[in-house]
Write a protein that binds this ligand. Structure first.
Ligand SMILES: Nc1nc2c(ncn2[C@@H]2O[C@H](COP(=O)(O)OP(=O)(O)OP(=O)(O)O)[C@@H](O)[C@H]2O)c(=O)[nH]1
Ligand SMILES: [Mg+2]
Length: 447
């Protein structure tokens, strides 16, 4: 899902990340690229246009903010706007207080209504709801059979009556559901086209006799632009309460997901992600935005860094690096800062350019941070200022004090010396911005 769109956003972000400054020209260029990606992913052109406009305006407004890396600020804006387009609310049904709560599923032929009805029923029974399914699709006898089979699979009763009409079956079912004290009644309707007036009148009548708590439009996410158009038409004919995008496990390009809410004003509630009956995901705009924008979650990293990075401290640090007076005390400060930012493995996962795959085999031991700090704590202030004075017997004492091995002390000092050397050369370069987390830290800890 969303692979194509994700890959292309990745390229855009790679370019943005390097930006030292946001200018009109790079805003324009990025805007153009985003627009192209969205249109290629089959996002509705109006939605794409408005999206790009909002992102550009906000990027424009950040031209003056200097506190964090501008490229990342830009990425953060894109992320937030995407969440806004997709959301803001996350899925889940509103079952109200009436019993039974009626859920009516409607949509085009073959969009996945019957499958989704069973998936919903399954989901609700997991939540200990007493559910009943209604087959209101008499157009094809096989459709009733299909629902019956699925109902049996998920252990939910199905009401059907091939000799009756859909409206009649729904009426009778509602009475039965009431009598039986069911919590939820899910109506599976026949597929219909929004231009078929007779069929549209029928679904309106089904709706008016059953007074549904939720009227959900089930639409095939793979159809992109068409999904958006039909959702709009159904939304005008019926009072939809939400949308379910199915077949998102296929090569859905994401256009429907990005546009459908903006165009209809109705929330996406679920995504169908497999043919199996547990293949229904609650729609969460944040998660989907993350997935679309993909890769290392730069945004979260920026947020976390911003929370913990106190500007003054960072400035002091920069001066130290420039003057080459960075000692083990400063190093300990940085360690503490890292700990505040969260676990090492989590942080690594958020770094751009670190492929998830590469992280899979690695067991980052977050305790390493604590051990390293313990070692530094075990040193005297003089030792921290001048590590070169730490001889063999001091090493033993430090190790003992921290409850770690002498080898670890050795390793720490060796790495620190290396880091100092590296900083010396960095200091000569005159660092422009604020150092977020210390460069070379990974190397320090990862042994
Ligand atoms: N991969 C995948 N297939 C799905 C999903 N949802 C439904 N399908 C498949 O899509 C086909 C049509 O699904 P149905 O549930 O029969 O669709 P329908 O809307 O009830 O169709 P009609 O009643 O004929 O209008 C079936 O082969 C389903 O297995 C999904 O989320 N992912
Ligand atoms: Mg069906």
């Amino acid at each position: 899902m969303f692979e194509q769109i994700t890959d292309r956003f990745d390229t855009i972000f790679r370019n943005l990340r390097g930006l030292g400054k946001i200018t009109d020209s790079n805003i324009r260029q990025t805007a153009r690229e985003i627009r192209r990606v969205l249109l290629d992913a089959d996002v509705n052109f109006r939605v794409a246009r408005d999206f790009v406009k909002r992102v550009s305006e906000r990027a424009e407004g950040t031209k003056v903010i200097k506190s964090i890396r501008p490229g990342e600020q830009f990425i953060k804006i894109i992320h937030e706007e995407l969440v806004a387009v997709l959301g803001p609310e996350s899925g889940e049904l509103d079952l109200g207080s009436k019993k039974p709560a009626v859920i009516l599923l409607a949509g085009l032929q073959g969009s996945g209504k019957t499958t989704t009805a069973a998936k919903l029923a399954y989901r609700l029974t997991q939540e200990k709801k007493n559910v009943i399914l209604v087959a209101a699709d008499m157009v094809r006898p096989a459709a009733v059979k299909q629902l019956e089979i699925l109902g049996r699979k998920v252990g939910v009763d199905v009401i059907s009556d091939l000799a009756s009409t859909p409206v009649q079956v729904v009426k009778v079912s509602l009475e039965q559901a009431r009598r039986e004290g069911r919590d939820v009644m899910i109506i599976d309707s026949a597929g219909r086209s929004h231009v078929d007036e007779k069929m549209m009148a029928e679904i309106r009548e089904i709706s008016s006799v059953s007074n549904p708590q939720e009227i959900l439009f089930v639409v095939d996410g793979m159809t992109g632009q068409d999904a958006v158009n039909s959702a709009q038409a159904f939304n005008e004919a019926l009072e939809l309460t939400g949308i379910i995008l199915t077949k998102m496990d296929g090569d859905a390009r994401g256009g429907a997901a990005v546009s459908v809410r903006e165009v209809t004003g109705k929330p996406i509630k679920y995504l169908g992600v497999s043919e199996k009956l547990d293949g229904l995901e609650v729609f969460d705009p944040h998660r989907i935005a993350d997935r679309i924008l993909g890769k290392g979650d730069v945004v979260a990293l920026v947020e976390k860094a911003k929370e913990t990075l106190d500007v003054e401290a960072a400035d002091k640090l920069r001066k130290k690096i420039e003057k080459n007076t960075f000692d083990l005390d400063d190093f300990r400060d940085q360690l503490r800062r890292l700990q505040k930012m969260g676990s090492m493995s989590q942080l690594l996962g958020m770094l751009p350019g670190v492929p998830r795959k590469a992280l899979k085999g690695i067991q980052m031991d977050d305790r390493q941070l604590l051990w390293t700090e313990a070692l530094i704590n075990s040193m005297t202030p003089a030792e921290r200022k001048q590590p070169q004075m730490i001889n063999g017997s001091r090493r033993k004492r430090i190790a003992r004090g921290a409850g770690r091995s002498v080898q670890e002390v050795n390793q720490l000092l060796k790495n620190f010396a290396m880091m100092q050397k590296m900083m010396k050369s960095m200091g000569k370069m005159k660092l422009p911005g604020l150092p977020g987390n210390m460069p070379g830290m990974g190397q320090f800890l990862g042994n």
